[in-house]
Design a protein around this ligand. Structure first.
Ligand SMILES: NC(=O)c1ccc[n+]([C@@H]2O[C@H](COP(=O)([O-])OP(=O)(O)OC[C@H]3O[C@@H](n4cnc5c(N)ncnc54)[C@H](OP(=O)(O)O)[C@@H]3O)[C@@H](O)[C@H]2O)c1
Length: 303
């Protein structure tokens, strides 16, 4: 049962924020078109949940144009991979031609002109590019997602390890499900957010020693934070098959993190998304099975 005729396009539909946004919009009875770049089990379950699935690559102008036909508002979320500026240009042009009203743009907290990360600098340029269109546009700049804690988690002999180049830097991890509440709210009522840039944080700012302590008490096992240097981190990422673009990004982001670029907290999730964001403890509890694997556990392609 739909609430109205509006159609929302969600890209990165099989990803973290895209998937959660689709779930939320569908549960609220909205019409959703999910853009995926391949058909698989995940796209089939999106269709079963009630989304209209469209297959297109961000770098296929004709495919993106088809995906945007008849769309009222769109969520644009490009992964950390080459071609962000091209993809955003295609998306902005196709959305304008299709008469789309608004775009929610996923950027990140390190997006700025002087960023050392190529991807972060490109995010900043893409924000400025979208600001020059007639689309109602809001930019989201989250700090590190809480999902990061799963991506870099290692469990050895019953003890957890976070080996990361983050020194004593701090951030308030934000779960993608919480971000979905902000994305959905802005899609549903874009006017008040036009040209806004929102940094998104979880509720509590911590360093990784604090995070390890919270994880330890929540999981009931010893958890150690082992700070490593960026010089150690880069080859570790390469060994795990991470592409050069992402290694360049994460190496520079680690320096940013140590300098406080990812720090802070605010009430944007509550104010815009009307939801209290999950703490690290709540996130770990909700995702407890994902931390219980034996042997080194690593999912290579997170941001
Ligand atoms: N993770 C973080 O901590 C964090 C923090 C701040 C901001 N962000 C921002 O969040 C955005 C994405 O986050 P993420 O990297 O964690 O990924 P994600 O949203 O979890 O997943 C990326 C999605 O994009 C899809 N995709 C990949 N290549 C595509 C292509 N060429 N055409 C169409 N779809 C494609 C993927 O599909 P498949 O799964 O089928 O490949 C997947 O659905 C980035 O812009 C990043 O800057 C992330």
């Amino acid at each position: 049962m739909t609430n109205d005729d509006r159609l929302f396009l969600v890209t990165a539909a099989t990803g973290k924020t895209g998937g959660s946004t689709i779930d939320l919009l569908l549960r609220r009875g909205h019409r959703v078109r999910a853009m995926v770049h391949r058909e698989d089990e995940r796209s089939r379950s999106l269709a079963e949940a009630g989304a209209e699935v469209v297959v297109s690559d961000f770098h296929d102008l004709d495919g993106v144009t088809r995906a945007l036909q008849g769309v009222t508002g769109a969520y644009l979320c490009h992964p950390i991979s080459p071609g962000l500026i091209e993809a955003t240009t295609y998306f902005a042009q196709a959305a304008t031609e299709a008469g789309v009203r608004s775009v929610v743009n996923m950027s990140q907290i390190s997006a700025r002109r002087e960023a050392g990360s190529n991807a972060a600098r490109q995010h900043w340029l893409c924000e400025r590019l979208l600001d020059r269109t007639n689309l109602l546009t809001a930019h989201l700049r989250p700090t590190f997602f809480a999902e990061w804690l799963k991506l870099w988690w290692e469990l050895r002999d019953g003890e957890g390890y976070l080996r990361l180049p983050f020194g004593e830097g701090r951030h308030a991890p934000i779960a993608s499900a919480d971000q979905a509440h902000v994305i959905a709210a802005v899609l549903l009522d874009p006017e008040p957010h036009d040209r806004a840039v929102y940094t998104l944080h979880g509720p509590v700012e911590l360093n990784h020693h604090d995070i390890a302590r919270v994880m330890s008490s929540t999981l009931g096992i010893p958890v150690h934070y082992e700070p490593i240097s960026v010089e150690e981190f880069a080859p570790a990422m390469a060994e795990r098959g991470m592409p050069a673009h992402r290694i360049q990004h994460l190496s520079n982001v680690a320096i940013d993190y140590q300098s406080g670029v990812f720090a802070g907290t605010n009430d944007n999730v509550e104010k815009i998304g009307h939801r209290a964001p999950l703490s690290v403890e709540q996130f770990v509890l909700e995702n407890k099975p994902d931390f219980g694997v034996s042997g080194p556990y690593f999912v290579p392609f997170g941001t």
